[in-house]
Write a protein that binds this ligand. Structure first.
Ligand code: ATP
Ligand code: MG
Length: 577
């Protein structure tokens, strides 16, 4: 490909709306262009990268025994009604009506459609197991589309679905996919960590995410997930699922008697603990949330924080947020109180469900709000003035240096980009949608399902997050849009131009994906562009060509060698074998 013909426009500056480096670089280097919020054009260079990732995914999925198909992007609402998700999926689901007023949606995922395919196409256990996958654009009306391809509204996903006769079958399908995923990301030049993750409110299900770890102190925060891991054993989990041993800390308030005391202007735990001169760990915090429109009061020890996904799952919820001050006022009024935020307590709240984190169980002589502004109850004990809620579970956010539940070592935390996930669905969809097969014993049974996603476009962006420097992208060879770029330093120099053309031709003849920068540009511009777009190897043909020498540069390592044109060509040909 000739740079003079390539459809590309590199920009001098980073786009102003980009926060993370992959977004900045992909726009500036001419890979993507925004069409609407969270919706991007994949320009020719980007499309080459995407096709490479897709092919790696295809090869590994096929060799793991999965079969590719393609389902429609637009789906009828009926299937979503059958699964029960039409009403609970929320605003991410882009709903529309056709000319006959029938409700449809843009596919954010395809569990419903694939389950309907299996329901019609698989009659007998003899046809199982089967794993079907597709690579396709998805649409999710994300609340916060951001970070370019990392969180778009339209994005490309590989989604696979397995059908098995029983749990053991699912275990096998699941581990085959886990192995395939490791290979896929490795081949894409990405080191990933497979971590335990939240699998929603479905009891007993298992899921894992594949995380590309990114440095927390890097210039951006592209890693949207906190990953806790144990440096000593193999425990690792997304913060929405992570657990830890409870730290040993002071939980006895040592207040000799129970009384309501003045605590003026103590709206926060810090202010309260300072005012009373006590550790925050002897305060019982009471936070009001709204889960699927219902009020919930969550109690947790003052020194710890609530993990909202855990809390939501405790109520099998789909949506959670902290209550607004207006809503807290409303609760106060309904309960006959008049307290401000900071003084709320569980006792006497009307129309509010109460849940306690495990941390509050062992509190003694503690401090808690009693719905009176500027006052707290000190020396409180469960069962005496305030009852311990009957719903007690782990809703605590793990923190760095908490102890590992497996080996008691101090946990560490890092940031991760989720590039893929695998999920044991069990019978969630097959039961709801009545998708069954006839088993060996003649009985009708629901399929045991798994689902497996990879964000193709997110993987490309994650590769840029991991592989770049101040000059631009450093694509891993396997997913680079081109393998090598040939750059004649001066387009006025005939020897340089003919030598560069020769090298180009030799590489082309050997089916190498090669670019030649034949534009009438200054050398500096050409070399900068080559670094910016991130082609793994560069062959620069300059003055030394009179001695039959060119410069061979490795973009990953920055290493340059001065070698003959033939050797440069050979080095590239060696890569292919
Ligand atoms: P996230 O927690 O990041 O929103 P998810 O749990 O919604 O992801 P899945 O529904 O399981 O993700 O989708 C499978 C894969 O698709 C994810 O692992 C991710 O790589 C990719 N993906 C999901 N949402 C987006 C998005 N908005 N933009 C780009 N890729 C996405
Ligand atoms: Mg999501």
């Amino acid at each position: 490909m000739r740079m003079s013909k390539l459809f590309i426009q590199t920009l001098r500056e980073f786009p102003s709306d980009a926060e993370v480096i992959s977004h900045k670089l992909l726009v500036r280097a001419g890979y993507i262009r925004k069409l609407a919020n969270g919706v991007y054009n994949y320009l020719p260079l980007m499309w080459r990268v995407i096709k490479k990732i897709e092919n790696i995914v295809r090869e590994e999925m096929d060799s793991a025994g999965a079969q590719e198909l393609l389902m429609p992007f637009v789906q009828p609402s009926e299937l979503w009604q059958e699964s029960g998700r039409w009403d609970v999926y929320g605003k991410e689901l882009m709903r529309l009506k056709d000319r006959h007023n029938r409700e449809m949606c843009l596919g954010p995922t395809h569990e419903e459609v694939i389950t309907s395919i299996a329901r019609e196409g698989i009659r007998s256990y003899k046809q199982l197991p089967v794993n079907l996958y597709q690579i396709q654009s998805k649409f999710r009306d994300e609340i916060r589309p951001r970070f370019g391809l990392l969180r778009g509204r339209e994005f490309i996903m590989k989604d696979a679905y397995s059908f098995d006769v029983d749990e053991q079958g699912l275990d096998k399908s699941y581990s085959v996919m886990a192995d395939a995923y490791k290979k896929i990301f490795e081949r894409c030049g990405l080191e990933t960590k497979m971590v335990q993750s939240d699998s929603g409110a479905i009891g007993g299900s298992v899921s894992h995410e594949f995380m590309v770890l990114v440095n927390e102190d890097s210039e951006n925060n592209a890693g949207e997930n906190d990953v806790f891991y144990c440096p000593n054993c193999d425990y690792s989990a997304n913060s929405n699922h992570a657990v830890s041993l409870l730290n040993q800390t002071e939980t006895d308030g040592k207040f000799t008697s129970q009384e309501i005391v003045d605590t003026p202007n103590t709206h926060s735990i810090e202010e309260l603990s300072e005012y009373l001169n006590i550790p925050s760990s002897v305060i019982c915090k009471c936070l009001i949330y709204v889960i699927d429109g219902k009020y919930v009061a969550a109690l947790i020890r003052g020194d710890r924080n609530v993990e909202e996904t855990k809390l939501m799952n405790a109520f099998s919820g789909n949506d959670i947020r902290i209550a607004s001050s207006g809503e807290i006022e409303e609760i106060m009024q309904a309960s006959g109180f008049n307290a401000q935020i900071g003084f709320i307590g569980p006792k006497g709240l009307k129309n509010v469900e109460i849940i306690a984190d495990e941390t509050v169980k062992d509190l003694k002589n503690f401090v808690i709000g009693v719905n009176q502004t500027d006052k707290h109850l000190v020396g409180a004990n469960w069962g005496i003035d305030i009852d311990l809620p009957s719903k007690i579970t782990d809703i605590r956010l793990v923190e760095e240096n908490d102890k590992c539940v497996n080996c008691n070592s101090a946990l560490k935390v890092t940031k991760g980009i989720e590039v893929g996930n695998i999920f044991k669905l069990g019978t969630k969809y097959s039961k709801a949608m009545n998708a069954t097969f006839t088993d060996k014993d003649g009985q009708e049974k629901p399929f045991i399902m798994g689902c497996y996603g990879i964000g193709i476009t997110r993987t490309a962006a994650a590769a840029v997050e991991r592989h770049h420097d101040e000059w631009g992208i450093k694509w891993p060879l396997s997913i680079a849009p081109f393998t090598v770029i040939v750059v004649p330093v001066s387009d006025q120099d005939e020897l340089q131009m003919t030598s560069a053309e020769n090298i180009y031709k030799k590489l082309l003849d050997n089916n190498v994906e090669v670019l030649i920068d034949d534009r009438p540009e200054r050398a500096g511009v050409k070399l900068k562009d080559a670094d910016l777009i991130g082609i793994p190897y560069r062959i620069t043909v300059g003055k030394t060509i009179t001695d039959n020498l060119v410069e061979f540069k490795d973009r990953q390592t920055g290493k340059t060698d001065i070698i003959s044109p033939d050797e440069a060509v050979n080095r590239i040909l060696m890569l292919k074998n």
